[in-house]
Design a binder for this molecule. Structure first.
Ligand code: MSP
Length: 516
C-alpha cells in the first residue's frame, strides 16, 4: 500500500566541504528514499545546508568573504558533490532562503505571543564548533561533554520555555517505542532527561553577532542557529510560508524519518520535539541516529582533525555506484564502523566483481553464444532450481521488511547472499558443460540460464536504489526485461548480447605494495 514518507538528512554547516561522514548520511538517506519509492510509496527527500551561526560566520571571515558569498559558494559545492554521488533530493534546503527566514520569524512570533519566549539574563558557556550552550555543570574539565572548547557568555537574551515540556516528552518517548532509533539511543535520551531540563537560549545580541535571522519582536537580536535550522524540516514543506496551500505539510508531516549522526541526538529529540510541542505540531515518526565512521586510530573522522577521506577522491577510485554500495554496506546502520579504502576494495571485489558481475557475464555470454540472445523457457525440474525460485520469489518482501526496519545494510547483504547462492547454483549446474551434451543437455542448460536470468532481473531491480547507474547497465545487458518485482513477470526482453565489463576488480594498495 502506498504511504507518504518524508526522509531528511541534517542540513550541514557549510564551514568546510562535504566529507565522508556527511556523504554517508546523505547516501544512506538517498538509498532509503529510493527504496521507499521502489516499493510503491510516495517519498519526499530533503537535504541542505545550515548557513547561519558563528561557526559559518567564522569560516567566511577566515576566507575574507562576506558570509552570504561564502555560503553561496559552499552550498553549491555541497549540491555538486551530492549530484556526483548520485543523490537526488526533492529539495535542497538553505536556511538563507527568504521563505525559510519568514517561516522562522512566523514561528518565533507565534511562540512570543503565546508567552513561551521570555527575556532574561544569560550566563553560561558556548561551544562554537557545536553551536551549543552549556551550563557550569555540563562542562567536563572545562570543555563541552564532547571535548570542544567553550567560551563564557554573559548577556541578556531570549529564552524558549523548553523546561515545561520535560514530562510530556518523557511520556511521549515511553509511549512511542520506535520514535528514537536504534533502541539504545532511546535510553540515552531518557538518561539526559533525568536532569531537570533548562530553558533554551534562542537569541544572540546583534551587538556581538549578526549572521542570523532577526527576531521579529526585537530587531537587536538574531535567532540561535539550531532554533533556525531545525525549523527547516517544516518550512521546506511550506509551514508558515506565505501563499503555501498546506498540502505538502498535510501529506508528509509527521510521516518523517530524520536520519542524523549520533552527535546531534539531543538537538533532534529534545530541542526539536519541545519546539514542535510548543507550536502544536505532531512529533516526528522517527529519529534515527547512526554511528560514526572512525579513522584507523578508532577516533571519529572529522574535518577539524584533517583526517577525513575525501568523497571525491574515493569517487575517482571506486566509481559512484561502488562507493554508494560500500558506504551503505560497510556500516551496521546505527553502530560505529571504520573505513579504509583497502577494506572497501576487498568487499567490492568479492560482492560486485566476483559475484554479481561474474554472474551477469556468465549468463549473458552463454545466452548470446548459444541461444541467439533469446532467454530460454523456465522449468522447475532441475535439482536446486526450486530453492532458487522460491528464494527469488520471497526476496522483494524480505528486502522491503529490511527497509521498513531501517536495515539498509542488511538489505544489501540479503541481496548479495542470494546472488552468491545463484552463483553456486550456476557453478554446480554448469550449463557450459551440459551445452555440449546433445539436445537434452542443451535444454537443461537453457532452463538453468532462464532461472539465473530471472534471479538477476529481480536482484538488479532490488539493487537500483543503491546503484542506480550500474543496475541500469545490467538490466540493459539482460535485454531490459521491465521493472516488475514479481518472479516470472519479465517483459519480453530484447536480444541478449555479451555484457560489457561491469564491475572492475580493484587492486588493493596492500597488494600493490607487496608486488614491488
Ligand atoms: N548543522 C547541524 C545540523 C542541523 S540539522 C537541523 C550539523 N551539521 S554538521 O555539518 O556538523 O553535520 C553533522 C552530521 O554529519 C552528523 O550528524 C552526521 O550525519 C554527519 N557526520 C559528521 N561526521 C561523521 C562521521 N565521522 N561519521 C558519520 N557521520 C558523521 O550538525
Amino acid at each position: 500500500m502506498s504511504k507518504p514518507h518524508y526522509i531528511t538528512t541534517p542540513i550541514y554547516y557549510p564551514n568546510a566541504e562535504p566529507h565522508l561522514g556527511s556523504s554517508y548520511t546523505t547516501t544512506v538517506a538517498d538509498v532509503l528514499h529510493r527504496f521507499k519509492r521502489l516499493f510503491g510509496n510516495e517519498s519526499f527527500f530533503l537535504t541542505g545546508t545550515d548557513e547561519h551561526g558563528q561557526k559559518v560566520a567564522d569560516a567566511a571571515k577566515a576566507r575574507g568573504l562576506e558570509p552570504q558569498q561564502h555560503v553561496d559558494e559552499l552550498s553549491r559545492q555541497f549540491e555538486n558533490v551530492w549530484k556526483r554521488l548520485g543523490i537526488e533530493p526533492d529539495i535542497f534546503m538553505r536556511t538563507t532562503y527568504p521563505f525559510h527566514i519568514k517561516g522562522v520569524q512566523a514561528a518565533l512570533q507565534k511562540l512570543w505571543e503565546k508567552e513561551l519566549i521570555y527575556k532574561s539574563e544569560y550566563e553560561g558557556w558556548y561551544s562554537v564548533s557545536e553551536e551549543i550552550f552549556y551550563t557550569d555543570k555540563d562542562l567536563v574539565d572545562g570543555k563541552s561533554p564532547e571535548g570542544k572548547p567553550v567560551t563564557k557568555v554573559t548577556e541578556t537574551n531570549y529564552f524558549f520555555k523548553m523546561s515545561q515540556y520535560q514530562e510530556k516528552l518523557i511520556d511521549y518517548i515511553h509511549s512511542h517505542p520506535d520514535f528514537i532509533l536504534p533502541v539504545g539511543k532511546k535510553a540515552e535520551v531518557l538518561g539526559f532527561l533525568k536532569q531537570p531540563l533548562t530553558d533554551l537560549c534562542i537569541s544572540r545580541p546583534k551587538s556581538r553577532f549578526t549572521w542570523g535571522i532577526e527576531l521579529p519582536f526585537d530587531k537587536d537580536y538574531v535567532c540561535y542557529v539550531w532554533f533556525d535550522a531545525l525549523l527547516n524540516y517544516v518550512t521546506a514543506l511550506g509551514y508558515e510560508v506565505a501563499g503555501d496551500d498546506g498540502s505538502r505539510m498535510k501529506k508528509f508531516w509527521p510521516a518523517v524519518t530524520h536520519i542524523i549522526g549520533k552527535d546531534i541526538l539531543t538537538t533532534h529529540t529534545v530541542y526539536w520535539t519541545t519546539m514542535l510541542m510548543a507550536l502544536e505540531l505532531p512529533l516526528p515518526n522517527h529519529v534515527f541516529a547512526h554511528g560514526w565512521w572512525l579513522n584507523t586510530s578508532g577516533k571519529k573522522m572529522s574535518k577539524s582533525e584533517g583526517e577525513t577521506q575525501n568523497p571525491l577522491e574515493l569517487l575517482e577510485i571506486l566509481g559512484v555506484d561502488s562507493l554508494r554500495y560500500a558506504l551503505v554496506r560497510m556500516m551496521r546502520f546505527g553502530q560505529d564502523a571504520s573505513f579504509s579504502l583497502h577494506s572497501a576494495k576487498e568487499l567490492l571485489n568479492e560482492e560486485l566483481a566476483n559475484t554479481y558481475g561474474n554472474l551477469v557475464s556468465r549468463a549473458t555470454n552463454l545466452i548470446a553464444q548459444n541461444f541467439e540472445g533469446q532467454a530460454p523457457e523456465m522449468t522447475q525440474n532441475e535439482s536446486g532450481t526450486k530453492e532458487i525460485i522460491e528464494a527469488g520469489k520471497a526476496l522483494p518482501a524480505k528486502i522491503e521488511a529490511r527497509i521498513n526496519a531501517f536495515e539498509p545494510d542488511l538489505a544489501i547483504q540479503d541481496i548479495y547472499a542470494y546472488l552468491a547462492e545463484v552463483n553456486r547454483y550456476i557453478t554446480s549446474a554448469a550449463p557450459w558443460k551440459t551445452l555440449k551434451e546433445g539436445e537434452t543437455g542443451r535444454k537443461k542448460a537453457g532452463e538453468t540460464l532462464a532461472v539465473v536470468l530471472e534471479a538477476l532481473r529481480i536482484s538488479s531491480i532490488l539493487l537500483q536504489p543503491v546503484m542506480p547507474e550500474k543496475t541500469k547497465e545490467v538490466l540493459a545487458a539482460l535485454g531490459n526485461p521491465g521493472n516488475s518485482l514479481v518472479w516470472g513477470q519479465a517483459e519480453k526482453p530484447s536480444p541478449i548480447g555479451k555484457a560489457p565489463p561491469l564491475f572492475p576488480k580493484f587492486v588493493s594498495e596492500e597488494k600493490k605494495l607487496g608486488n614491488q
